[in-house]
Design a protein around this ligand. Structure first.
Ligand SMILES: Nc1ncnc2c1ncn2[C@@H]1O[C@H](COP(=O)(O)OP(=O)(O)OP(=O)(O)O)[C@@H](O)[C@H]1O
Length: 346
């Protein structure tokens, strides 16, 4: 058996949608599938699990073809958002269920389940029924149950979505530890950029059924290539034509510190945008007039939506908002330093 992880091309045709992606995940690697609603993330996971038929493509796991196998024959562990623990079985029996189905003896399945519950810190809850477990505990039982079948591929669909913010923080770091100890391939679907950044070694971004960007989380965050990814990581993003240290974005010329010729992206943080009621003295090189499209709270700061030659977000402090006396519809000057921008090939 070659330990080469997951190699898949998934093709699924729906009446108004086609998924067509290639997904390779090395043993021990955690890949997060990210994408807007309806992008095809769940469809991809379900195709991998064999829960929906594929119109084309192939799936192999550690060198063995998988796509003709029934779901229960695939060496796959699944953790879904709503856990789907059997309500009438104890935590222990939920975890022992998979090994029993694989023909493992009752005593051995129990031994495996006890060890796994211990590993996720729930040895003392072994006898509890799911309704007596907290959301975080149920999530850990679901993980133990998925690991119990000794999978070579782990599929997690929004595993933390049902948890409150505090539990989520704790379970996220525990899940990271457990996934780090798992030597198979892992595919995780999430809406939450933080889950993706913390849990994944690599991000694969899907939009409208195709892969639009992939890479290490830091690389994707630094160099977004679509508007969705830019919003996800909280950057303003533009596509233009580079000419030395200038990038023409529509009618606006943005000055950057990097040299670039030809199709280019320019990205900058909303926090790098300064706002002025009147044209500032000593005019910064990237200066434009904008109209305020909206103002909203953003964490401890205020996010100002700017319309104009480019659409942008500016994050300012509540004190600055009071000083500037901003209101929607108002005309304003906006600037960003060349050194605060980041340009890269498009
Ligand atoms: N059973 C189905 N029959 C027909 N079309 C479907 C079915 N399930 C999903 N779709 C369509 O397939 C596309 C992808 O859906 P999918 O649930 O995979 O997206 P997603 O990225 O997981 O979205 P979300 O983040 O909202 O869960 C959507 O356009 C959806 O309407």
């Amino acid at each position: 058996m070659t330990a080469d992880g997951l190699r898949a091309t998934l093709v699924v045709h729906r009446p108004a949608f086609t998924l067509d992606i290639t997904l390779d995940v090395a043993p021990g690697e955690v890949v997060a599938l990210l994408g807007p609603n309806g992008a095809g993330k769940t469809t991809a996971l379900r195709a991998l699990a064999g829960l929906i038929p594929m119109s084309g493509g192939h799936i192999s796991l550690d060198g063995r073809p998988l796509h003709h196998l029934a779901p229960e024959q695939r060496p796959i562990g699944m953790v879904f958002q709503d856990y789907l623990l059997f309500p009438h079985l104890s935590a222990l029996d939920n975890v022992a269920f998979g090994p029993r189905c694989q023909g493992v003896s009752k005593a051995e399945a129990r031994r495996v389940a006890v060890a796994l519950l211990e590993r996720v810190g729930l040895a003392d809850r072994a006898a509890a029924k799911p309704r007596r477990l907290s959301g975080g505990q149920a999530q850990r039982v679901a993980l133990a149950r998925a690991l119990a079948v000794r999978p070579r591929l782990m599929l997690l669909d929004e595993p933390l979505a049902a948890l409150d913010a505090h539990t989520r923080l704790e379970i996220r770091s525990q899940l990271r530890r457990h996934l780090a100890g798992f030597d198979g391939a892992t595919v995780l679907v999430t809406h939450d950029p933080l889950d993706a950044m913390v849990l994944a070694d690599r991000l694969v971004v899907i939009e409208s059924g195709v892969v639009v960007q992939q890479g290490a989380p830091a690389e994707v965050a630094r160099r977004p290539r679509t508007g969705y990814v830019a919003r996800l990581v909280g950057l303003n993003l533009y596509r233009g034509i580079g000419d030395g240290t200038r990038v023409e974005v529509g009618e606006l010329t943005l000055h950057t510190s990097e040299q670039l010729d030809g199709p280019a992206f320019v990205a900058f943080s909303p926090a790098a945008v300064a706002l002025y009621r009147t044209r500032p003295d000593g005019s910064p090189r990237n200066l434009w007039q904008a109209t305020i499209g909206g103002i909203e709270r953003h964490g401890d700061n205020v996010r100002v939506h700017l319309d104009g030659p480019i659409t942008a977000f500016a994050d300012i402090t509540p004190a600055a908002l009071a000083d500037l006396q901003l209101s929607p519809g108002q005309r304003i000057w906006a600037s960003v330093k060349a050194t605060e921008t980041h340009a890269y090939p498009a």
